[in-house]
Ligand binder design. Sequence first.
Ligand SMILES: C[S@@+](CC[C@H](N)C(=O)[O-])C[C@H]1O[C@@H](n2cnc3c(N)ncnc32)[C@H](O)[C@@H]1O
Length: 434
Amino acid sequence: MGSLRRPTSLPSFPKTIYKKFRHALSAGEASRRTGRGRPRVSIMPTPANVVPIGTARPKVIEFFAGVGLARIGLESAGFRVGWANDYEPDKHAMYEAHFRDAERDNDHIFELGDVFKIDRSKLPRDAALAWGSSPCTDLSIAGSRGGIRAGESNAFWGFIEALRSLDGARPPVVVLENVVGLATSHGGDDLAAAIRAFNELGYSIDVLAIDARRFIPQSRPRLFLVGAQNPPASSTEPNPELRPDYLSWVFSDPTLRTHRAELPTPPPSLTSGLDEHIEAMPVSDDRWWDETRTGLFVSSLSPIQRERVAALRRASGVTYRTAYRRTRKGVATWEVRPDDISGCLRTARGGSSKQAVVKVGNKRLQVRWMTPLEYARLMGAGDYNLTGARTNQALFAFGDAVAVPAVEWLGTNYLLPLTKGLLAPMTDRVAVVQ
Ligand SMILES: C[S@@+](CC[C@H](N)C(=O)[O-])C[C@H]1O[C@@H](n2cnc3c(N)ncnc32)[C@H](O)[C@@H]1O
């Protein structure tokens, strides 16, 4: 059992979360890849309010849809998104371009506008799942930390109001996705407030931290709150790969209604694979920076970083690294990641910058901005339709999005079995895990 006190900051992820992996592939993942076996769930009678077993593709309503990466992940897991909302026209344009063909044979509503002002009478009343990737701007460590009632992050309450308006037709399962900074924002008060809001609507909450790096070479830890009107039986084991120590207090707070579903262990974190996601580009492509700009890049590196890059340059064969810009004491400097994965892709908001790609080896060093295709690939959406999207529009959108395979894993191993009543229901156990 980990500490039951709320942490004020998040631990260093590599040390605390990644050290105890037991299985290379979860049962569900292995079953999906090989087509053999069954997901590790026990089949139980269907409780009230869940989609009957066998019903094809349970319906999802998707809040804060952005460019629809949650939709791609959920639909790969077996759901069908029937309604979506976001208020950014640029993201909506990309969403429309990507899903247009699918829309033709599917009845789907996209409501463009503020979540507080949506036409609630048009919300589907037969959804099995409500997904909300609410804005992280005021919760992220890189952002203002104003909290869940500040700025754009306050839109979370629009999600809650929409669910409240559904009253007797509320989806039996809900998900809130956000940055892991939500767990420590205002000393945990913001996470507790979010859980309480779902509790008041009749949902018990499970909290998971999943890093996209388990599936794709990008470090992108995210928090997923899974709410269930009919929660599954609670596991006595927290499964630290999914519920690290810094979340322990959530499950021991007697004022919160929570549960911990028994889930397979997700795949271990990747430590390599970036090069497979890099767009092939000739040495002469004019997207590579010129000599002067490359020289400025190198001269802004710290001595340790410069030596690291120089060693790679002397090596035979080509290596790719990602780099990002930081402002230290008012001076813009570049930092090159030491490993073979990408740093977390972000939007240009909150003081963070676009990522650059460094190609080094065979005595040559080249640098350029990461392309929209590379952003899409590193979000697990390599076949996203980018036709017509401006570069900054695409980078902004993907930097703000949720990684497809993390959603798909959650959908396959937790949400679909939960909506279909395939997880052992909570019966005589108390809702709060001690
Ligand atoms: C974290 S992003 C979610 C991205 C999405 N999951 C995806 O895959 O692209 C949050 C989204 O909330 C939208 N948003 C922020 N405030 C909103 C509001 N008041 N009403 C509707 N959408 C809002 C933003 O436009 C942004 O696309």
